[in-house]
Design a binder for this molecule. Sequence first.
Ligand SMILES: Cc1ncc(COP(=O)(O)O)c(C=O)c1O
Length: 411
Amino acid sequence: MATQAETLSRQETNRPDPRVFQPFLRLARLLSGVEPGRSPLPDGRPVNMAVGDPQQPAPPLLAETVARFPDGWSSYPPFRGTPSYQQATVGWLQRRYGLPAGFVEGERHVLPVPGSREGLFFGALAALSAGAAEGRDCVLLPAPGYHVYAGAAAAAGARPVFVPATRESGFLPDFGALDPAILARTAIAFVCAPSNPEGAAADLARWRALLALARRHGFVLAADECYADLYYGAPPAGALQAAAETGVLDNLLCFHSLSKRSNAAGLRCGFVAGEAGLVDRIDAFCRVGGAAVALPVLEAGAALWNDDAHAAANRAFYARLFERAEAILDGRFGWTKPDGGFFLWLEVGDDEATALRLWREAGIRTLPGSYMVADAGLRPNPAAGFLRAALVHDEATVVPTLERLVAVLDG
Ligand SMILES: Cc1ncc(COP(=O)(O)O)c(C=O)c1O
């Protein structure tokens, strides 16, 4: 077993190949030239469960609101958003996390971004530039995790430190177990909860510990909570709740988006909330790199953040799919219903071979878990043996597809 210092020095000399930041390109290569089998759908067309693209329609409120602001397209949008967008995001945060009024101030602590993706990318640049003077060049990442964390680290020339998120660690990375020498060099640490791919939520105790760790070692905690409104038990705690207990937002950035909450991934509307100085720094990068949100989109976004009814209906839609999945999978593949998100994370043995087989035999496209670890040198790959399947299609598609998946894997 390599020590953490050895692992870091290997990562210093052996930066990940940029191609491994692209799980879907790797999947395309794996399946290239392989004829898909007939799927169980009546027309036999392939079913794509590899991508987490919401398939349900966005609420009518979105298009109705955009249509009410035809004049908003001609001018450049304000980078900090509008008062109505700021109020709507803060209002949602207060309702969702029970935050005290005035703790998050829209003008100082919130920045609209097209999605959490853009926020995460610019957030990494902001934290690394802020930490450069102190020699902070490390980025902590969950492995497996969303590929943008590693891509942002690479784009900034930083050193990614991949921290396994395994069943044993509650499917979240244990940054507290890292060598203090690494923590002293850390600029930003990414945590996704509810997590993609595993659907694991962080409880308040975990957020408290993560925030305390970030403050003790002087790095930024980047809480990717874009699945915050898709949960199947009690609403998962948020990093802002831990911050509210301390009365300050220091060292914290939270990333939220309408992509999953409102089935509006194409709208490109989200926000970053956190420490004022860090938010200002992201704003400065966005003004150069360009990630403003158009005025009619901000108006539609405000309407959607203000409306919880459609989000509850959306949650009920996914909850129903997970109930059906629970009955069909019936304890196979080490799977139990996740806390949140919309992915199945199935333990299947050889994940690449299984993805290939499902495609060839049943036209079902899934993502090998090992492709979600961007450090090709990490041994063992903590996601090897797992398969990710997005539960985003309607019930009429999901049910026969999962039944077929089980039949192929049991066969
Ligand atoms: C974990 C995670 N973070 C961020 C994103 C980016 O989503 P968006 O930019 O649409 O908010 C995704 C998208 O799939 C994701 O899975």
